[in-house]
Design a protein around this ligand. Sequence first.
Ligand SMILES: Cc1ncc(COP(=O)(O)O)c(C=O)c1O
Length: 391
Amino acid sequence: MKYDFDTVYDRHHTNSAKYDSGHTDDPDMIPMWVADMDFKTLPDIPEALSKRVSDGIYGYSTIPEEYLESVVGWMKRRHDFHVEKDWIVPTPGVVTAFHLAVEAYTKKEESVLVLTPVYYPFYRAIKNNGRRMVRMPLDLKDNQYTLDYKAFETKIIEENVKMMIFCNPHNPVGKVWTKEELKTIGDICKKHNVFVVSDEIHMDFVYAPHKHIAFYEVDPEYKNFSIVLTAASKTFNLAALQTSAAIIADEKLRNQFKKVKMSHSISDPTILGFIATTVAYTKGDEWVNQLLDYIKGNMDYLDHFLKTECPGISLIDPQGLYLAWVDMRTLGMSNEEQEDFMLHKAHLWLDEGYVFGEEGSGFERFNLACPRSTLEKACLQLKKALDEKSA
Ligand SMILES: Cc1ncc(COP(=O)(O)O)c(C=O)c1O
């Protein structure tokens, strides 16, 4: 069966954060910011949800066994990632999960490290929990991001780092960490007792020849000082159903996490989220394969467009994510000027690079989980704005 990713849906007036939370007075505005997709999900999901909704009884629910089995199955099949059912602690979102992890595994004022630029709620989790932020900038060379391991280790020692919140694939820069890189990072963390929270929510968006390696699969010992967070919400566009999984192999670490979860009375996801995830993880393989091809096509389209039409602006090597990290530093604009240019000249609502940390200044993050025709329109609007600027 061929799935449809080409149809454009009008998402305005649907309480969509992406479409309805700003700039609604500009008919030309194309929202390409927050990471949700403009595609309808796997058709089996609304079918299963409708069936459950038509029951008309929505009493308190338990965690379905099939949900746990579906997570185990997907991780094994798609990622060669061995998970056991009891390792899974359901959480109502990965952002909630890493907030809980910071509280569970560090103490007030202890240092937590992030590799920057990075998904901005990481900063919030550290700040909201009263921990010290330690930023370790990634290096950008030849269109690829790398980590200076020596500087990383020195920073861990000098700043007395107790935890790292890690992102793989790395939002926003699109890096997929190799097994060797993960081993180097993991061994440094192990040596200096740095707890690793590995946010792998984008694990399904990886483009060949790159491969997602779960942090747990690098070395069995890593289970003693790390947890893995993931969800079907990015992959299947289910963010509003707020269902995610903290995968915690070590029983003591799992209990520590559960205790904090309970202390804040954080509930499990809803039955609708469990059903959607179960269907996604049992019936969604082919849909995801086609989705990946489509988004890779969008990445290639943007890359070609920038190379041929927008000299000086370049796409950072997209190894993973449906988010494109675009280097616009040659425009030489301040953060405010660039944001204003994108919003009011190009009519593109993007995530500005600087929100991911100061190293992101001059970059823009484009969400390419959209029909090709939307991307084509966005590219033309960008080109027109650039031409007018240089005229
Ligand atoms: C790295 C990363 N973690 C977590 C999330 C959000 O997770 P959730 O919606 O499950 O809280 C996102 C969303 O863009 C993300 O990019």
